[in-house]
Ligand binder design. Structure first.
Ligand SMILES: Cc1cc2nc3c(=O)[nH]c(=O)nc-3n(C[C@H](O)[C@H](O)[C@H](O)COP(=O)(O)OP(=O)(O)OC[C@H]3O[C@@H](n4cnc5c(N)ncnc54)[C@H](O)[C@@H]3O)c2cc1C
Length: 388
């Protein structure tokens, strides 16, 4: 990429910082505009699968992102009696780590800053044009060869370009928090597992993220007002998941609630302005791939622009980028949405549905396709990187 290409990015989240780092590492002059007063992660913990880990390695953010993180070996679903519905190993040749979101964001920020990216905070983007322009709430306009909207679910860049064709919010949402991890919290027989417990439409997901912290996600339908209250009704949740009452008891005041968005667009770019991450392809978190897809597509976008020396060539490169990356994103979004449907099934039906599906190699291959994918720009290099 020519040193003279410039890029402006709306949003300093996982996707925005990964895109910024990847572009700057290829010689682009990059500025990130973030609405918040500081680069700040929202949410608690995050799953990063093999594909996302390879991207982190390619960006030089891997070591910082996974330092001290938890590496799970198996994923287990359990019914309301504590019986195992299904237990699946993470799988050969594939890694999964879980880490605090702030650690991941900091690692991407540092990689971006090392590459020379400039970050402007307290800067709210309210519009964009296909000519590589971003418009700001204070009346300013920024122009570059390339503009990228990585400004999340309610993307103003997507809105301004008129790209949205579908935006649905799910009936289910999640309470998320992190608690201190104590000896004996997880029985010895469950070490190395991610445990997803079901009771009717309520779900309790236990995710260690390092030696000292556990990320908890408590999901339920939005209409389940008692369960979704951020002033957590501990008695209600402990009654639903009595084996884990000792964890529920320790949940503090720092609990967030949100439903999920499913977003599809007619295209991921217009002229010299692109969108990616949740702005372009938000998906429910059931496969733990939304952030992975955002980082992966950011790196792929930078690779697609490699060798381009004039702005006029950018629109075609963006179209080629979308054509290459979109099938996997659409696939992942479809399966993540489909998995969410088991939440509304009666317990017995859910148990037999999950067991039947997870016993079928075709279903497992569909669900795992993203994690097995070698993302653009990573090659085989990351295969040799061992975890922790
Ligand atoms: C409950 C839940 C659990 C999840 N678990 C996982 C998981 O385990 N693994 C995984 O890979 N993914 C997971 N995801 C998905 C993941 O969080 C998202 O896909 C990912 O954060 C998308 O990154 P992004 O950069 O596109 O958007 P965001 O992370 O939303 O970042 C957008 C950034 O843009 C900024 N911004 C917004 N509007 C403006 C504006 N107008 N001007 C300037 N800046 C703006 C925001 O402040 C923010 O910093 C989960 C999502 C949810 C809801």
């Amino acid at each position: 990429m020519s040193k003279t290409l410039s890029a402006i990015i709306a949003g300093g989240g996982l996707g925005g910082l990964a895109t910024a780092a990847a572009l700057a590492q290829r010689g682009c002059d990059v500025t990130v505009y973030e609405r918040q007063s500081a680069l700040r992660a929202s949410g608690s913990g995050i799953y990063i699968w093999e594909n996302g880990l390879r991207v982190l390695d390619a960006l030089g953010a891997y070591d910082d992102a996974v330092r001290g993180a938890f590496e799970g070996r198996a994923f287990e679903q359990r019914d309301k009696h504590g019986g195992v519905i299904d237990s699946a190993p993470v799988g050969a040749g594939k890694r999964l780590i879980t880490v605090k979101r702030s650690q991941l964001l900091d690692a991407l920020r540092d990689a971006a800053l090392r590459a020379g990216v400039k970050v402007v905070t307290s800067s709210e983007v309210i519009g964009a044009t296909p000519r590589g322009e971003l418009r700001f709430a204070n009346g300013d306009v920024a122009r570059a060869d390339l503009a990228v909207g990585v400004d999340g679910i309610w993307s103003r860049v997507r809105e301004a370009l008129g790209l949205e064709t579908f935006h649905q919010q799910t009936a289910e949402g999640a309470l998320r928090t992190v608690i201190e991890r104590r000896p004996g919290d997880i029985p010895a027989g469950d070490a190395g597992k991610y445990i997803e417990n079901w009771n009717a439409e309520r779900r309790f997901l236990i995710t260690p993220i390092n030696e000292t912290q556990i990320y908890l996600a408590l999901t339920c339908p939005e209409r389940d007002r008692a369960a979704r209250d951020t002033h957590l009704d501990k008695a209600l949740w402990s009654e639903a998941f009595p084996r884990w009452a000792h964890l529920i008891e320790r949940i503090g005041a720092d609990v967030s609630w949100g439903v999920y968005s499913i977003i599809q667009c007619s295209a991921w770019s217009a002229g010299r302005t692109a969108i990616l991450g949740d702005a372009a392809h938000a998906q429910p978190p059931n496969l733990g791939q939304g952030g992975g897809m955002a980082m992966q597509n950011g790196l792929a976008l930078a690779c697609a622009l490699e060798g381009i020396e004039c702005a006029e060539a950018i629109p075609a490169a963006l179209e080629a980028w979308e054509a290459r990356e979109r099938p996997l994103v659409d696939h992942c979004q479809k399966w993540s949405t489909l998995y969410g449907e088991v939440a509304c099934l009666p317990d017995e039906v859910r148990t037999s549905t999950i067991r039947a599906a997870m016993a079928h190699p075709w279903v497992i291959e569909q669900i795992n396709r993203a994690a097995h994918h070698v993302p653009t720009g990573t090659g085989e290099r990351a295969r040799s990187v061992s975890l922790l």
